[in-house]
Ligand binder design. Structure first.
Ligand code: PLP
Length: 372
């Protein structure tokens, strides 16, 4: 059996004609830069997450960069985030000449450990970027409480978490600004790169909308030095079709996650693997279903040889990346992030998986541990 980590073809087949019609209509209009489709998607995403505003941008990475710019982060400032995330979270900070200051994660849900925040703050701290990793929200209540007291901004990196909830509120309204990615492998993925920033703050929304078009509100009049980062109309057309089905896909992912829990328990594998830990305050949308496993790299190649696609998100924490040597972090500084990087393995979770496929994944893992 062959089970890729993610198979977008089945999803596409289920809505092919609707997507092609939306693309065709956009081509017939010949309006590709901003315009009504982008506005429609912004409104739809704002309604979906429950935010007052949403601004379409070119990628999740740019969403992070623009959110930091809107908060006025500049050279010499410090921004707190986690080292166990996709590079873009920290890269956006560095692009502005600011310094990423890393905070270790909690071992249970892989998200920022708020108990470590306060001691990492200095007079230069401007913002905190918690990441809702794998589709489960960080502990925003604690993070917001500290941020409010210390008067620093909070940017949710919600790139993996559209539709995720904490205490009944969706990612996108849990900080000052939130950043989404529509990279194809996210739960809501376009046919290329795209992103969005949501906020309840009108001034911040206006600032993002200005910064994404080279800092101008009125054409050829530049109030700030922005960038070119627009969500293009073709992506908006595709995403408008897909957004209608997002909850149904999330439900499928959650159903598969629950089934994995049953199957791993029945296979008596819980001494070799650790299942994702669900925080009772959270609604997890399982952009990834990430295990901690023994003999990770051997298991991974065994699964590959037997047709099961997996991925390690993420094998090298950011504080140990070559490009961050000058930050001066050494191995051992963030033990939870370093341990997670050695133990995690994400397995297929997309909604279209059949029960037979889920059983095959678990049986193959069980077969590996019988031999090892
Ligand atoms: C995908 C992702 C990003 C970047 O999004 P792009 O659209 O690929 O630029 C940022 N942060 C996290 C946590 C992500 O998963």
């Amino acid at each position: 059996m062959n089970i890729p980590l993610l198979d977008l073809k089945a999803q596409y087949q289920s809505m092919r004609s609707e997507i092609l019609a939306a693309i065709e209509a956009t081509c017939d209009e010949q309006g590709f830069i901003l315009g009504p489709r982008v506005v429609a998607l912004e409104q739809a995403v704002a309604t979906y997450v429950g935010s007052a505003h949403a601004v379409g941008v070119a990628s999740g990475s740019d969403a992070l960069l623009l959110a930091l710019m809107a908060l006025g982060v500049k050279a010499g400032d410090e921004v707190l985030t986690v080292p166990f995330t996709f590079f873009a979270t920290a890269g956006a900070i560095s692009r502005l000449g600011a310094r990423p200051v890393f905070i270790d994660i909690r071992p249970d849900n892989f998200n920022m450990d708020p108990s470590l925040l306060e001691r990492a703050m200095t007079g230069r701290t401007k913002a905190i970027i918690p990441v809702h990793l794998f589709g489960q929200c960080a502990d925003m209540d604690s993070i917001n409480e500290i941020a409010r007291r210390r008067k620093v901004g909070v940017i949710e990196d919600a790139c993996q978490a559209i539709g995720a909830e904490r205490n009944g509120r969706r990612a996108g309204v849990l900080g000052d600004l939130a950043c989404f990615s529509f990279f194809p492998s996210k739960n809501l993925g376009g046919f290329g790169d795209a992103g969005m920033v949501t906020t309840n703050d009108q001034a911040l929304a206006e600032s993002i909308a200005m910064l994404r078009v080279h800092g101008s509100r009125v054409r050829y009049v530049h109030e700030a030095i922005g960038i070119n980062s627009r969500l293009d109309a073709l992506q908006a057309a595709v995403l408008l079709v897909k957004l209608k089905r997002l909850d149904q896909w999330a439900a499928g992912r959650r159903r598969n996650a629950a089934r994995y829990v049953q199957l791993f328990a029945a296979a008596k594998l819980l001494d070799r693997i650790t299942l994702p830990v669900l925080d009772a305050h959270n609604f997890h949308i399982f952009n990834q279903f990430t295990l901690r496993v023994q003999k990770r790299d051997e298991l991974r190649s065994y699964l590959k040889d037997n047709g099961v696609g997996t991925e390690v998100y993420y094998p090298l924490p950011l504080h140990l990346q070559n490009c961050y040597r000058d930050l001066g972090y050494v191995k051992g500084t963030f033990p939870q992030s370093e341990r997670a990087a050695e133990e995690v393995l994400s397995i297929p979770i997309y909604a279209e998986l059949t029960d037979e496929q889920l059983q095959y994944v678990v049986q193959t893992i069980a077969a590996f541990y019988r031999k090892h």
